[in-house]
Every structure is written in structure tokens, then in C-alpha cells.
Design a protein around this ligand. Structure first.
Ligand code: ATP
Ligand code: MG
Length: 563
């Protein structure tokens, strides 16, 4: 029992009422039922956090169940990736790993039971004909001419379907419910179809008939003793069929199906079909491309599991469809990283600075705090010497306006964690391109400004001699439109052509040399970054930008609205 607070969503309210009424023997059992036909995405995270979170809070259980009844679109790579991603998100299903395919034999027996009760029949109509017979929302359907086959004949034909005697599409098993039902899902829905020549990742070639989702799902839930079967709103109209199946077979468990709205996120897509298309057509590098809304992509990008769980908490669970702003996700991430990411210095557009009054051979080990608000994070040393790099954007010969608090010709600036320097000379090549700056440093300014001294700003830097060189990839939104699915036309036309900007020759402070993928750092003044797990090129690490320091998109959108 959740001790204190009121339930945070309507599903938890239902569960608490059920517990109070002693329903389901006081148990709470949920499941997360992915189909292994793609990688998990941020929408799935909502469902994972909901199902596993409820199990945790009500001392219940949550099963991981693969809904694997479409073998031609599923494979073992997806089965593994899904488990990896659920674990990464912070959840543990313990021993409770199931496959719907574990139940194929039992499902078959329940289908035979329906046949025996006159509630299922083998239908010889083609898929096309079945569609024609189905009717519409305003017109009832028409009964199949095979609907009144004898039980004996249905039994025999179904057995022969299983034995592989018929071709794909030649026959199906259908429930015998009501062709005039206002709910199209109840108009004699298909329960089994024939699929030859596919090797199922769990059952191999054992079966050539496969049960449909609407038949498999309620039975799998009941076999596992699920109490609350949580699914997305598009299954609301399927609930009567879910209940019909369980009411008409010999099983003594009837889970309650409860629907909630899917997560939709701006500037991306969360349909597995579309994500598959992005991968298969090469619009992204793969399922774990850091621009993908998949958990694998987000992990590679530097998202933390805690930030995704927090995001799911913030968006809540309701029945109303909506679109969540990317800013909500990124804010949850920034909040986590701001509190937990160590600070480092990295120069993305290096401009060389020679400190003319600093001795050639001298190297000082300066001390820098790893986190400005958290002393327990300790300090690190950073080398300082005669030649350093600053970012080209931190210098202008003449300040463009009063807000420019960086280095200008003849001006002073503080180097973060170091000294104040003054720009004495600007060196350009024959074409007038800036090559380097000649500066002098003030040895009395380490750590603090001397009394009465005002310095306009603080900039980051790295030692030229000690810095490591890296490639840095600046990621942006994958789509340029907030609802690429809904603008009309092909969603691919809305791909953002500038979703990644690759910078080479960036210079990072040496403490970043041996960092691990998955550890995110704040590059001071630049954003949050982490090492790419797949960069294997020795000596030239690749860093991915996880997120910018501030929500620059919000500003752009405001400007667009304002202008
Ligand atoms: P898609 O429509 O993208 O193929 P799906 O719903 O078929 O997704 P499944 O693998 O069947 O994908 O999903 C597993 C579970 O995750 C289901 O219970 C489903 O309702 C839930 N889920 C999928 N997408 C979302 C989403 N965008 N928001 C919330 N829950 C989701
Ligand atoms: Mg599904």
C-alpha cells in the first residue's frame, strides 16, 4: 500500500479502490508487453514506468512479456535490445520473463474449446472477402458462408491448419460473435492465421498457424494472473473482445483492461513503423543513433535513466491525447545533469592564444572544482602554459555591443579557473583571417581579482600542449516540424537537415581523455556532452552533445511568434 500521498493518476486510484475492496485477493500484478519488432522508444518508457512503478509502489509484480505472435517482423536482436533497455531504465522483472509464444499450445487448446462451444469457426474467405463482409461503422457486416460449419468439421479443419495442409491465407479461424455488432471488433474477428516459411525466434518452425493479438493478449494476461492490464487508448474498442475471450474459455482469472493515452512528443515520431523506416532507409545511423527517440539512442546521447523516469512522472497518466513539448523532456534531463554532471572545459572552435610574458617551459597545475555547488565532487588539476586555446566566439576585435563580456583587442578577460589576460596583439594572415592572439597574463590574478580590479567576463580555455583533440557532434532535433506525422505529406520531408553538426579538431582538457561513454560532463558554457560508445578510432575520441545548457528552441519559437 502506498503509504502517504493520494494516488497520482486515475489508474492508481482504480488500483487503490480494488485493494480496499479486496479484489484480486489483494494482489497487484501488471506486465509490460512489447512486441519484439523494433527497439523501445520514449513512448514505451511511459508504459514501463507506469507498469513497473505500480508494481513497486503496491508491493506487486510486473512481468516482462514479449508479445511475439508476428514472427515475420520480429527477431532475437529486438528481444535482447528490449531487455537491455528495460534494465537500463532501472527496472527488474526478476524471474518473470515470458513470451506469448510460451502459450501457443494452451492458446490452441482454448481455440479448440471455443470451436467446441460453437463460438469459433474455420472460414475460407480470403482476407479481401473478409474485409468486404465486415461492413462499416454505419452498416452491419454480412455473415460468412462458412459460419455455420459443424463443430466436427471446424475441429478437423483447424487441426489440418495446424498440420500445415493449407497455404497462407487459404483459411483462418474466426470467433463467432455478432456480425451486426456496432463494435467492428466483435464482427467475427480472426483468431488464427496461417504463416508458412517463417522461423520464429522462440519456437522455430514448430508452428505454421499464429494467434492474433486480440486472442493472445487476454489469455496471456490471465495465464500470468495479471490483475490490471494497462494499455493505450487505441485498445479501448478492443476491450469488449478482450472480455469476450476470457468470459468464454475455461480460465479462472479475468484481468481488468484499463486504457491510458499514448505519449506523443514534439519534433519526433514514436511509431515503430516510422522508426523502422528511418533505420531501414538509412535516414539515421541505426536504432541507437543519438537523434532517435529510442531508449538506445537516448542512452548513447547521454540521457540518464533518472531523467527519463522523472519525465514520465511529470507528464503523468491520463486518458486525454496530447502532444508533449520537447522542452519537458530536456528540462528533466538538464535538471539531473546540472545537479550531477561534473564540469570540464572544452574548446569547440579553437583560437590559439600565446601568453607572451609566460615562460616557455613552465607548466602550472591549476585546481578546478568538479562541481560548483557540490564540494563532495572534489577537484581536478588542469595544466596551464604559454600557449592555450580559447573559443573563436569568445573574441572580437571590437565589442559589438555592451553585452559582449568576452575578449576584445586591448581588453581583459578572466580565464576560468586561472588568470586574467589582456589581448595585446591580433595576428592575421595575408587574407586578413585571424590566426592567433598575443596576450599577457597578470600573475596576481589567480583565483581572485585584486582589490578594485574589474574584469568584464570569464571564458573557458585549454592548454594547447596538453589538450586532447576530439570530434564533437552537436545534435539537434530530428525533425524541423513539431508534428512531423500530422503536417500532411510524407513525414520524411520534415526531417531536419541540420540535425547533426560535426566539429573536428576540438580541444578538450586532458581530464577528458579517459572518460567513459555514458558519463555526461558539462562542458562549461557549451552544454552537456558524453563520449560516444562506438567511437573506436584511437586517439580521436568522439563526443556527443547530450543537450544544450538552455532551451534555445523555446527562444527561437518565441521570436518566430513575436515577429
Ligand atoms: P507502435 O504503434 O509504435 O508499433 P506498439 O504499441 O505496437 O507501438 P508494442 O511493442 O506493442 O508497440 O508496445 C508495448 C507496450 O507499450 C504496449 O502496452 C503499448 O501500449 C505501450 N506503448 C507503445 N507506444 C506507446 C506510447 N507512445 N505511449 C505510451 N505507451 C506506449
Ligand atoms: Mg502493439
Amino acid at each position: 500500500m502506498i503509504d502517504k500521498a493520494a494516488p497520482t493518476n486515475f489508474i492508481r486510484q482504480i488500483i487503490e479502490a480494488d485493494l480496499a475492496a479486496g479484489r484480486h485477493g489483494g494482489r497487484v500484478a501488471t506486465r509490460f508487453p512489447p512486441e519484439p519488432n523494433g527497439y523501445l522508444h520514449i513512448g514505451h518508457a511511459k508504459s514501463i514506468v507506469l507498469n513497473f512503478g505500480i508494481a513497486e509502489d503496491y508491493h506487486g509484480t510486473c512481468n516482462l512479456r514479449f508479445d511475439d505472435t508476428n514472427p515475420h517482423r520480429e527477431n532475437a536482436e529486438f528481444v535482447e535490445a528490449i531487455q537491455r533497455d528495460v534494465r537500463w531504465l532501472g527496472y527488474d522483472w526478476g524471474e518473470r520473463l515470458y513470451f506469448a509464444s510460451d502459450y501457443f499450445e494452451q492458446l490452441y487448446d482454448f481455440a479448440v474449446e471455443l470451436i467446441d462451444k460453437g463460438l469459433a469457426f474455420v472460414c475460407d474467405l480470403s482476407a479481401e472477402e473478409i474485409r468486404e463482409h465486415r461492413g462499416t461503422l454505419t452498416e452491419p457486416g454480412r455473415e460468412s458462408p462458412y459460419r455455420n460449419r459443424s463443430i466436427a468439421e471446424n475441429r478437423e479443419l483447424f487441426a489440418r491448419m495446424r498440420a500445415g495442409e493449407f497455404e497462407d491465407g487459404a483459411r483462418v479461424l474466426r470467433a463467432r460473435i455478432d456480425m451486426a455488432s456496432p463494435n467492428i471488433n466483435l464482427r467475427d474477428p480472426t483468431l488464427y492465421r496461417i504463416r508458412h516459411g517463417v522461423i520464429h525466434h522462440q519456437t522455430g518452425e514448430e508452428w505454421c498457424i499464429y494467434p492474433m493479438y486480440d486472442f493472445t493478449h487476454p489469455i496471456s494476461d490471465a495465464l500470468e494472473g495479471i490483475t490490471h492490464s494497462l494499455c493505450t487508448l487505441e485498445f479501448e474498442d478492443h476491450r469488449p473482445l478482450y472480455d469476450w475471450v476470457l468470459d468464454n474459455i475455461s480460465i479462472n482469472c479475468h484481468p481488468q483492461q484499463i486504457e491510458f493515452s499514448r505519449l506523443n512528443l514534439e519534433y519526433t515520431v514514436v511509431s515503430k513503423r516510422k522508426l523502422t523506416q528511418l533505420v531501414e532507409e538509412g535516414h539515421v545511423e541505426g536504432w541507437d543513433d543519438p537523434r532517435m527517440p529510442t531508449l538506445a539512442g537516448m542512452r548513447r546521447r547521454g540521457y540518464t535513466p533518472a531523467s527519463i523516469r522523472e519525465f514520465c512522472r511529470r507528464i503523468g497518466v491520463t486518458k486525454s491525447e496530447g502532444m508533449v513539448e520537447m522542452g519537458v523532456l530536456e528540462d528533466a534531463l538538464r535538471q539531473d545533469l546540472n545537479a550531477n554532471a561534473e564540469r570540464r572545459m572544452a574548446v569547440l572552435h579553437p583560437l590559439k592564444v600565446v601568453i607572451t610574458n609566460y615562460p616557455e617551459e613552465r607548466v602550472e597545475e591549476l585546481t578546478a572544482a568538479n562541481h560548483p555547488q557540490d564540494e563532495s565532487r572534489g577537484t581536478r588539476t588542469i595544466p596551464f602554459c604559454r600557449e592555450i586555446y580559447i573559443d573563436a566566439a569568445d573574441f572580437m576585435e571590437v565589442a559589438p555591443n555592451k553585452k559582449f563580456k568576452r575578449l576584445v583587442a586591448g581588453g581583459e578577460v578572466r580565464l576560468r579557473n586561472s588568470y586574467v589576460i589582456r589581448c595585446d596583439e591580433v595576428i592575421k594572415d595575408a587574407d586578413g583571417e585571424l590566426i592567433e592572439l598575443r596576450c599577457s597574463y597578470d600573475p596576481d590574478t589567480l583565483g581572485a581579482n585584486p582589490e578594485g580590479r574589474k574584469v568584464r567576463g570569464v571564458i573557458h580555455w585549454v592548454s594547447a600542449r596538453h589538450a586532447i583533440e576530439a570530434e564533437v557532434r552537436l545534435y539537434d532535433r530530428l525533425f524541423r516540424h513539431p508534428t512531423p506525422d500530422a503536417v500532411g505529406g510524407d513525414f520524411l520531408e520534415q526531417l531536419n537537415p541540420e540535425s547533426v553538426l560535426t566539429l573536428t579538431g576540438c580541444r578538450l582538457e586532458p581530464a577528458l581523455a579517459d572518460t567513459e561513454a555514458g558519463t555526461v560532463y558539462q562542458f562549461e558554457r557549451e552544454g552537456y556532452f558524453c563520449r560516444d560508445p562506438l567511437d573506436t578510432a584511437a586517439g580521436q575520441p568522439v563526443f556527443n552533445r547530450t543537450v544544450t545548457l538552455r532551451d534555445t528552441w523555446a527562444k527561437i519559437e518565441q521570436q518566430q511568434k513575436g515577429s
